[in-house]
Design a binder for this molecule. Sequence first.
Ligand code: ARG
Length: 257
Amino acid sequence: MCRPTHFTVSYEINPWMHPTVPTDTDLAVAQWQELHDTYVRLGHRIELIDPVEGLPDMVYAANGGLVSDGVMYTAKFTYPQRMPEGPAYAQWFTDHGYRVHTATETNEGEGDILTVGDYVLAGTGFRTSTASHTELQEVIGKPVITLRLVDPRFYHLDTALMVLSDTEIAYYPEAFSEGSRRVLERLFPDAIVATEADAVVLGLNGVSDGRHVIHNPRATDLAAALSERGFEPIGIDTSELLKGGGGAKCCTLEIRA
Ligand code: ARG
């Protein structure tokens, strides 16, 4: 995770960002702290990367890369404003003894690349390139399934699809192309299908440890569906970070041993 010390909205690279709307960095830090402390309370170990001045989106650690079986596949950002984050995250992993594979193709890490058991779901359409999906598959040796995003509000896969366990997901079908919807229906016939009301508050941008699911408390239909399936939904308000277009999952890069 990366503390949002320098968080603000000073440019616009997704439809959620409005540089004219003021941001409250102290509130962003407080909300992020609550998310951090919740993970700790649930028994998870958190590693922190130092925030870099001038990189206001660095709080969205999910975009910093992808870790699979201890190997880190670096991010290569789409927009120049975020490009320096790629090497910053790669350096952290190098310094901490991980094998780092430097991506040659454009990708935004776990923002678009989500692990579900032995498979990887990979988004494309707005940020991450399909060439990176192929590159990633060669690096990690897991099947990488391409999913096409079609609604600019859901510009990263993790804004439209949440992994709940090694076999379960929740998603918002309208965010995907026709063919990709059919792929998801085929692979996950029992998935939780999110309501539009929950999707448009980025309710799917949550984090599950297989039991607890941390999500936007405004996603009430999702919380009910999760409880019904035996998960424990935990609402954490990250409204300030939503001004940059992200929620709990965006702030969390999962380190898979
Ligand atoms: N402002 C950031 C961007 O547009 C938000 C990134 C959100 N991260 C995520 N994993 N969806 O790049």
